[in-house]
Write a protein that binds this ligand. Sequence first.
Ligand SMILES: *[C@@H]1O[C@H](CO)[C@@H](O)[C@H](O)[C@H]1NC(C)=O
Ligand SMILES: *[C@@H]1O[C@H](CO)[C@@H](O)[C@H](O)[C@H]1NC(C)=O
Ligand SMILES: *[C@@H]1O[C@H](CO)[C@@H](O)[C@H](O)[C@H]1NC(C)=O
Length: 624
Amino acid sequence: MRVAVALAALPVLAVQAVRIIQGNDDGWAELYVRSFHNALKASGHDVVLSGPAENKSGSGSSDEDPEARTKACQYDSCPVNSGVSGSNSTDPTLNWVNSYPVTAIRYGINTFGPKVWKGAEAELAVTGPNVGTNLWVQVPFSGTVGAACYAVDDAGIPAIAFSGASSGTLAWNTSPVPTRSLVYAELATILVNQIIDSGKPYLPESVFLNVNFPKVEGSCTKASDFKWVLTRINPGTFSSPDVEWCGDDRLPTETEVILGGGCHISVSIGDAADKTTMNDAKKQAQVLAKLKDILAPLSNPPTSTFCACRRSVGQVSQELQFPLTMAPIDRCLASMARLSLMQATRPAIPSIPRFLAPAAVQTRQASVVRIKKAKKKRTIPKDFKRFNLSKRDFPQFSLCEAMRVLRAVEVGQPPASVKYEVHINLKTARNGPVIRNSVRLPHPVQSDWQIAVVCPEGSEIAQQATAAGAVAVGEETLFEAIRQENINFDRLICHESSEKALNKAGLGKVLGPKGLMPSKRTRTVVADVVRSMRDSAGAADYRERQGVIRMAIGQLGYTPDQLKANIKVLLTKIKSEASEISEDVSKEVHEVILSTTHGPGLSLNGKLRDAEEELTPAALSSIM
Ligand SMILES: *[C@@H]1O[C@H](CO)[C@@H](O)[C@H](O)[C@H]1NC(C)=O
Ligand SMILES: *[C@@H]1O[C@H](CO)[C@@H](O)[C@H](O)[C@H]1NC(C)=O
Ligand SMILES: *[C@@H]1O[C@H](CO)[C@@H](O)[C@H](O)[C@H]1NC(C)=O
């Protein structure tokens, strides 16, 4: 009772304050995300930002542990050599991680947030506003959406992804702050407060919202100029009916609404599992009920607000200049979504009793005594989740078809900056030995390795290694440089006579995570250093992480035959290794996915080209 009385005396807040984790993909120092951060704070929320150290636009659901940063962060927002992640020196609610948007929000959810919130977890995740739209076919590639889907799907936190059509890069300290950044921040905060005010659960299970703002220009320059419209991400031609709204059982698509003109904001009900529309009228109805207050009025003028938008479909498709024809991209949506299923294990966060949480959190139903049920611990299955490929839920592509789609995605990128990657999904247990080795590809992707050699100082071996091009040789001098993380090589070979000295130096902590620790098993502790150096020129390392082996497999300019040869050699090597690893460990290749630096992942069906395809390997052999 006393508690209730004390709470009743608190000032009534305009909105219930909650703990919000914030991410984006344009980089932690981009102005849009900072304006939104400030607007949420001003509204009373406890918001913690964790974004990538630099622009990681287009990286979808990629997630990789961060590596130490050598360069300054975007817009000089962190100094050189600042480590794998960092915080603003005076404001711990602003954080960066030197990796992908998904990784950044994962760190935010697991580390930065609980640190600021004294162990409590985020209640809501928001990402963006992204610089530029994220509509339909753009959605699977968006790191802003990827991070939101990670929050929903992997961390169980309701999430909203925001994107704004007005683009152009702006540093966090731009002054004065341009109107567009302020308007997007205000609009996004309005939606966040609406969702919070509607009560928990903030969103139905597995749902995320994909929100797109039109350009801030012309007659759309103040927050009050804009109207909210409930939408779908992809057209629902073959889907079950949507929730009944606007006298129709098919919601308009976000593309129609945003490109249809007018100051319309699209709010799409997305499915975090595959980044398409949540085709479940019941869940849609729950979202509709939450947003009804702010959705565009339907009676004045009658139903025209967005029903009118639907007539502009023809015009829309002409305006939409995506690099791809729709058919293949539509098919790769599902394939992309699968990549988001590669999840990293999360350390458990201790949850603190509710009464220890910041007082403002308790404003709702303060007089009702609630006992929070202990959270069920997620049991982690022994094996990595793998789908039955023959059920064909997910399309597979011939190598040529996959290359065609990926090259189309990469149009306009400088060819040298783009590489093909393979992701080999293994059927394997979570615990147990992992595959790790190096392979000489017939068409090496990187051949200019910088090699260092551990061998007795001043020995003949040292001289030979230097003559063969080693960038550093020796024992103690080299060890000291490694301890200082002064690592200017990407391979380390050790002569067997120096193995003891190497092991005594205790460098595993530094070299291990980088995959540089020499060992007999990886044939980097050797008797003939020069020969090994020669062998490893043109060799590429690979390593199984989370049941997946990822490796650069070709330059964008490679022909299908070159790529095929590389994939074949790698697969043969991995298959033989998987069968040799141990008698009681079962490990097999489950699926091979081809991707590029900015492209989606496409599952390969093992053929060079499908019989009905008119595409010839020759057509793909030109440099773009
Ligand atoms: C860090 O925070 C301070 C104080 O809030 C602010 O003045 C500064 O611009 C911030 N710097 C970055 C890079 O976020
Ligand atoms: C980030 O990079 C993408 C493409 O690489 C570009 O389209 C986008 O405008 C960039 N965003 C920022 C904020 O620099
Ligand atoms: C995969 O699905 C096919 C077709 O439904 C079925 O015949 C096959 O047994 C399944 N394989 C596994 C491993 O479940």
